[in-house]
Design a protein around this ligand. Structure first.
Ligand code: SF4
Length: 392
């Protein structure tokens, strides 16, 4: 295979066929950073409305660095994997304080920022600054494994090393724009060299593809068996009145840190009831919620009870740092909709309000976000909730 001919074909195709995506319209490193962070584990179509809103509300790195965490999380609400949002904000603060507000152009300096791995560093350095930095994400791994007929498991250490070595060699070759080259590989993986049905007949790289020549395009890439998800048993208690429900906030360093949920423990309901100091005979079983994450399958036993009148509640477990009754009215509002409430108070038209509701409602299936699990638990106990509060 002539690698320079491969690059020529793929770049010519990319420049004529690429999708018009908002982060491709300028080489703003901040915009590219936000988009690449959102696109991790999330499809382009899902990301688009979130990206547009995020950039509208926080258009510069400085505005992100100065934004309160709960505002950033609210803008992220529905995308899931909230650690990405926290890390992005922390990295923006580091750039503001240590780099004079200018995003570093060097991949090594980028990798030193919170939450920036080799992929994101390569994307920012190459796309925003034209540096010959490689990147390998799921799409690029699949494309390279097929183009070069890599037989190793692409999730294994050896397979990953082989793919990164190919990616580094290719991006460093020739005088072409490294950012366009990396995006050409990503675009090919997203639109032509797709996981199950690669469209080889329409592929601009078909004359250079070893997998196609060997007749193994559909068999590659090789991936080892996924680990079976770990089954986790939890118990949650929903204590509600006509106006309020008891919610607890997770400590920042835990999974889903900073988010609110009905008090939950790993283990059985009896220990949770005892920790909250409530009368076990007044609690009724509501059902079981099953929630599947990448490596975990959660079975949550849900119980319901009337919310006793109390001023002070004990923390339901070590993973919480606050517990309090929250007005049910707040649960009717998704995180970003507090301003929607504000608009209503200020007399904006109802049609506009409905649009905002659609914007802020998490997309079905788009995320396995914690809010989805917490809402499932609340619904199991007949407490309707569109969103959950985010607050300090
Ligand atoms: S020819 Fe087929 S397998 Fe090879 S890169 Fe193109 S779409 Fe993928």
């Amino acid at each position: 295979m002539s690698e320079s001919a491969l690059k020529g074909s793929l770049l010519a195709w990319y420049r004529s066929a690429r999708r018009d995506l908002p982060w491709r319209r300028a080489r703003d490193p901040y915009a590219i950073w936000v988009s690449e962070t959102m696109l991790q584990q999330t499809r382009v179509e899902t990301v688009l409305p979130y990206y547009e809103r995020f950039m509208r509300e926080l258009p510069t790195l400085q505005s992100l660095a100065e934004a309160p965490e709960e505002r950033v999380l609210a803008l992220w609400s529905g995308l899931g994997y909230y650690r990405r949002a926290r890390m992005l904000r922390a990295a923006a603060q580091r750039v503001a304080s240590a780099h004079g507000g200018r995003v570093p152009s060097d991949a090594d300096a980028l990798r030193a920022l919170p939450g920036v791995g080799e992929y994101t560093a390569g994307a920012i350095a190459s796309i925003a600054f034209g540096r010959p930095a490689a990147l390998v994400d799921g799409n690029v791994a699949r494309v390279l494994a097929r183009l070069f007929a890599v037989e190793d498991d692409i999730r294994g250490a050896r397979g990953r090393a082989v793919l990164w070595e190919i990616a580094r060699r290719l991006v460093a070759q020739g005088a072409e724009d490294p950012g366009d080259w990396n995006q050409a590989l990503m675009e090919l993986g997203a639109t032509v060299c797709t996981p199950r049905e690669p469209r080889c007949a329409a592929c601009p790289a078909r004359d250079h593809c070893r997998a196609l020549a060997l007749g193994v395009a559909r068999e590659l890439p090789r991936v080892g068996p996924r680990r079976a998800p770990l089954v986790v048993r939890r118990a949650a208690v929903v204590l509600s009145s006509r106006t309020s429900v008891l919610l607890a906030r997770r400590r920042p360093e835990t999974l889903w840190g900073g988010l609110w949920e009905p008090p939950t423990v790993e283990g059985d309901l009896a220990s949770l009831v005892a920790r909250l100091g409530i009368d076990a005979s007044a609690i009724t079983h509501a059902g079981e919620v099953v929630h599947v994450l990448t490596h975990r399958r959660m079975h949550v036993e849900v119980a319901w009870g009337a919310l006793p009148r109390r001023r002070v509640w004990p923390l339901p477990g070590a993973e919480y740092d606050a517990v309090e009754p929250v007005p049910l009215r707040e649960l009717a509002l998704a995180a970003g909709q507090r301003e929607h409430e504000h608009e209503r108070e200020n007399g904006r038209p109802r049609e506009r309000e409905r649009e905002r509701e659609r914007e802020t409602e998490p997309e079905p299936g788009a995320s396995r976000a914690h809010s989805t699990l917490a809402r499932k638990v609340l619904r199991m106990a007949n407490v309707p909730a569109r969103g959950l509060p985010w607050k300090k």
